[in-house]
Design a protein around this ligand. Structure first.
Ligand SMILES: Cc1cc2nc3c(=O)[nH]c(=O)nc-3n(C[C@H](O)[C@H](O)[C@H](O)COP(=O)(O)O)c2cc1C
Ligand code: SF4
Ligand code: SF4
Length: 297
């Protein structure tokens, strides 16, 4: 039986998860960004996996666009694994809804705790919205997440190998449904994140899509050596080098790959990320990130 796992990653957590599962169940591993410019996506696999990081308790915009491009999914066995840094919310329910529009549905959905790769409030009141910091990751905790993933891996593989159904692993379901009921994602959450990203105008884009504008918050400082790595790891060609420095083009996935992979920690988001330690999964290399974008090994 043909199996394929599609994945998206910014700092490697989701790639490791996708790669580990693919090795055990014998699936073909395909990077989502390498397909995203196609007019449509058809898969001849009977089993399809989708692995991605949770963004704002939801699904990255690129994963939504990927599902939108897929042809009829009727009769496919589909499973998903989302990686997250503490709360996956109802991300898998959102993905399931997207798949329904393609006549598909999630037979099983798993969430995997991994190191958090984004920013958190620094609790400074002055310039609050621009003072978010990178979360410190305790090395012991980090190893614990990796070990726990190895413990969960076999169970996931058993379920998907035998095409079983499994309840979607969601967190804080009642709260997240209330947030949706009150439309807080499209109002409070959207305006807060746009402010954090330093975007001062108004936009009618839905919240998930409006994250593309948060790259107004990125700058590169004096440590930049013009190496161009940020342009190469960006999964969606959102960075151009101008006079040896990165310039963001406002169709960002907010994956944080540019900030986290810059070898000189030169890329900042807001005013308070310069002292934070950069993170990427130790088993993922720059060449994996280039492959994600191009599909070429
Ligand atoms: C834009 C953005 C939003 C995020 N939102 C959440 C979130 O709502 N809940 C959570 O637990 N982690 C969140 N995270 C953390 C990632 O989901 C987590 O670190 C994930 O494992 C990263 O996967 P990757 O290494 O494959 O990119 C967010 C990260 C980013 C970049
Ligand atoms: S990766 Fe860092 S050092 Fe290299 S060009 Fe980009 S900002 Fe400059
Ligand atoms: S600009 Fe940076 S954060 Fe935005 S998609 Fe590219 S690598 Fe990701």
């Amino acid at each position: 039986m043909r199996k394929v796992i599609y994945f998206f990653t910014g700092t490697g957590n989701s790639l490791v998860v996708a790669r580990d599962i693919a090795e055990i169940i014998g699936a073909n591993l395909v990077p989502i960004p390498s397909l995203i410019h196609r007019e449509e996506i058809t898969s001849d696999a009977e089993s399809i996996g989708i692995v991605y990081p949770v963004y704002n308790q939801g699904v990255p915009f690129i994963v939504k666009r990927f599902v939108d491009l897929m042809n009829d999914l009727n009769s496919k066995y589909i499973f998903a694994v989302c990686t997250h840094g503490g709360s996956s919310g109802i991300s898998l329910e959102y993905l399931d809804k997207m798949l329904h529009e393609k006549n598909g549905s999630l037979a099983a959905g798993f969430s995997v705790r991994m190191p958090y790769n984004y920013v958190i409030p620094s609790l400074k009141l002055k310039n609050f919205f621009r003072s978010f910091v990178l979360k410190e990751i305790n090395p012991k905790k980090q190893q614990e997440f990796y070990n726990n993933w190895r413990l969960k891996l076999d169970d996931i593989c058993r379920v998907v190998q035998s095409r079983q159904k499994r309840k979607l692993e969601v967190m804080a379901k009642a709260i997240e449904h209330l947030v949706d009921f009150l439309n807080l994602r499209e109002t409070l959450q959207k305006s807060t994140w746009l402010k954090i990203g330093g975007f001062k105008e108004k936009t009618n884009l839905p919240f998930q899509e409006s994250l593309q504008l948060l790259d107004h918050g990125f700058t590169s400082d004096h440590k930049c050596q013009s190496c161009g790595i940020c342009t190469k790891v960006c999964p969606v060609e959102n960075i151009e080098m101008v006079n040896g420095r990165p310039v963001w083009q406002h169709h960002c996935e907010q994956c944080f790959a540019c900030l986290q992979w810059c070898p000189n920690a030169s890329i900042q988001f807001g005013y308070a990320t310069s002292t934070g330690k950069r993170y990427h999964h130790p088993d993922v290399k720059l060449s994996d990130m280039y492959w994600q974008k191009t599909g070429l090994k």
